[in-house]
Design a protein around this ligand. Sequence first.
Ligand code: UDP
Ligand code: MG
Length: 323
Amino acid sequence: MLQKKPLLSIVIPVFNEEESIGESVRRFLALRDSLLTELKLELLFVNDGSRDSSLSLLKSAADKDPDVKIISFSRNFGHQIAITAGIDLSSGDYVALIDADLQDPPELIADMYRLALTGYDVVYGKRRSRAGESLFKKATASAFYRFLNYMCEIEIPNDTGDFRLMSRKVVNAFTRLRERHRFVRGMVPWLGFRTAPLEYDRAERYAGTTKFPLRKMFAFAVNAILSFSRKPLTVAIQLGFFIIFMGLIFGAYLFYARLFTNTIIPGFATTLLCVIVFSGVQVMLIGVVGEYIARIFEEVQGRPLYLINETFNLVESVPKNDF
Ligand code: UDP
Ligand code: MG
């Protein structure tokens, strides 16, 4: 009897990618054809509220080919949510995550799959080099990962993105994590399972511009730290103890100076400076605590992570885990 070919789902988030979408679809279909003997493929494009012609380009591709499937959101929910929806609605034995801009070569998914077959549940892409990215972006990215690993309890590999392949076992585990502030490249290592890196060279964007300007990158970094670590709170406590300690030393000095020397204790300016600096510290720390409370508030609201407007070529249109 002929053994059933395994199904591989490729999840591709799309936000205003009209310049690269045609080429993307072509490359992914070419990948499918080259793997025809080993695997079945489904291409799950998640249209994250694009305001250009991305969706209509995808629709015409989906009309021509049933393996091109589309999940279209009601608005822009962000990249991390888009890949979550793709994972939720995937039905493959393996699921790969990749961007639509072809910065990560689709052909590498085949290598990831073969590596997974040797006994791994997660194969993630590790960037050996990054073409066409500014020195500034590379330097900030590297500093960010170092800082993140210092702040977080779990190990997040350096120089990785969301480009990865996961087995069904991992995907099922992943769909049980429903937190709103998602940091997929940290959540997958949190799951555990046997993991292997696959090194590659990151290319330039095929066309168009990055959808992550510096402002969004910064928000992404802050979010990663706040949703993965309690360390900011621990640091706040440590800082408090440090300030008390300094205060005690200073107090002891004042006591000594008043009783045993003729030194005149400088008054107004010092007091004012202390008040200003420590009020600043306090307001800042209330802000940190507030960020955690805001996260609790958002989780308690319990809204769905995303809303789907329409789907194409998908049999199942309601995510299994949409609660
Ligand atoms: N993207 C998305 N929603 C967003 C922003 C980006 O789905 O709100 C998609 C985008 O279309 C691309 C991927 O996420 O496929 C990565 O975005 P981009 O290439 O702009 O990020 P970069 O590679 O510059 O970090
Ligand atoms: Mg990109």
